[in-house]
Design a protein. Structure first.
Length: 425
């Protein structure tokens, strides 16, 4: 067995990798005289070098022709959102008319629940995972209250049943079956943000629909991370952000999926002028005629400057392909897991499931000894130019993004942990 802590081994893995790194297409943060080992793409992805040109194109058009920019050139603003539609569909495993870039994740979640959370006295409940990201919990609790129901009884949280705080499919299945007659909606993450656990979306959607409930997914940590098949999953809707693995900048525009079976849905929705069919939009009529597909859920004109960086990111996803990116992600996390298990098991406990289908690009690592030692390690890593993500009380999340991270980056992390261990009482 090769010495996996040997730098030559890590460099060799990078040289032989079937997917050459696209690291040169990104601005890498600096640390001292070199580049930072950046493992926080699960929080904010790095800036594609092509983003500036797309943003400046919009600014130049605005400066030169002002309002006429809505209609002029290959990047006219009126149909600008269509420039990202096909690329998003490929990343999400959807049909083009099932996806749209709009709003932000939480706003999209609320707009989707207007249509797909239709509670009745018999079916008022929403099922989520315990420890859901706060925005999801706040959103579903507020929706339940808005409809006149009580979160104390109608917000159902499925508790972890496995080591490390993860959930088995059996636990999810039991919960859906137990509460099925009362469920209006199952809302689930593609990847759980604390543990990095990935879920079988198609099976969760099947279980929800079998009980008569709608099913939606929060893909904040899954879009651009997992090789998704949203259309085939049968989900009613999904929402996500583009500032994490999709590398589109802080506060980037969000994304929304609505399955094609709802393309001409008469479900209630909060309508807006931009969701009106394009052919008759400028007739300014009083009757709302929705655009078929996800675009029919738009309310306002798209934020062109916010969409521009997404174009640059999607160009890189198309160059690499999601299947190849997912393969590299598994190689990077597999190497990280091997390094931890070989020499660092006394320092770090891996919370993320080991099965290839059970995780994305993130490994959640619990630091032995509690919060004080965990913070000590985290701060040491940061000072050494290795940046991960801290989660209270004692977890460091390390997410090697396959577009720009390398095996050598991963080795830098492991060696830094080893150096901290050897110098810490």
């Amino acid at each position: 067995m090769p010495e996996i802590f040997d730098e030559r081994h890590a460099l060799g893995l990078d040289e032989r990798d079937p997917l050459p790194t696209l690291r040169g297409e990104f601005h890498m943060p600096c640390a001292g005289d070199g580049e930072q080992a950046y493992f926080v793409g699960n929080s904010l992805g790095l800036q594609p070098r092509g983003a500036r040109a797309h943003v400046e194109e919009v600014l130049d058009t605005w400066a030169e022709v002002a309002v006429e920019g809505h209609f002029r050139g290959h990047s006219a603003w009126m149909p600008y959102h269509e420039l990202v539609r096909d690329g998003l569909a490929r990343v999400l495993g959807a049909q083009p008319r099932e996806v749209v870039a709009m709003n932000s994740l939480t706003a999209n979640l609320h707009f989707m629940m207007v249509s797909f959370y239709r509670p009745t006295p018999e079916r008022p409940a929403i099922l989520v995972e315990a420890g859901a990201f706060p925005t999801d919990r706040y959103a579903v609790e507020s929706q339940i209250r808005f409809h006149g129901f009580d979160p104390a009884t109608d917000l159902i949280e499925v508790a972890p049943d496995q080591p490390g705080g993860t959930l088995s499919m059996a636990a999810i299945e039991r919960a859906i079956a137990l509460h099925g007659p009362r469920l209006a909606l199952v809302l689930w993450p593609g990847v759980q943000y604390r543990t990095g656990q990935a879920f079988d979306l198609a099976e969760i959607a099947r279980l929800a629909h079998a009980q008569g409930a709608s099913c939606g997914f929060d893909l904040a940590h899954a879009a651009g991370n997992l090789e998704l098949a949203l259309h085939d999953s049968g989900a009613d809707f999904a929402v996500w952000c583009h500032y994490k693995y999709m590398n589109s900048g802080p506060g980037a525009v969000g994304g929304c999926f609505v399955h094609e079976r709802h393309a001409r849905s008469d479900r209630p929705r909060f309508a807006g002028w931009w969701g009106h069919e394009a052919a008759s939009r400028f007739r300014m009529g009083p009757e709302f005629v929705p655009t078929p597909g996800a675009e029919g859920w738009q309310q306002s004109n798209p934020p062109i400057l916010a969409l521009a960086p997404l174009r640059a990111s999607l160009e890189l996803f198309d160059r690499a392909g999601m299947a190849a990116l997912r393969g590299k992600s598994l190689r990077l996390t597999g190497y990280l897991r091997g390094l931890v298990e070989q020499r660092l098991a006394g320092v770090l406990e891996i919370l993320t499931p080991a099965a290839p289908g059970g995780h994305g690009s993130q490994l959640s690592l619990r630091v032995a000894g509690g919060r004080e030692r965990g913070r000590s390690l985290f701060e040491y890593l940061e000072a050494d130019g290795v940046l991960g993500d801290w989660r209270e009380p004692d977890v460091i999340r390390i997410a090697p993004a396959p577009l720009y991270n390398t095996h050598h980056d991963v080795l830098r992390f492991a060696r830094a942990v080893e150096a901290w261990r050897d110098r810490t009482p």
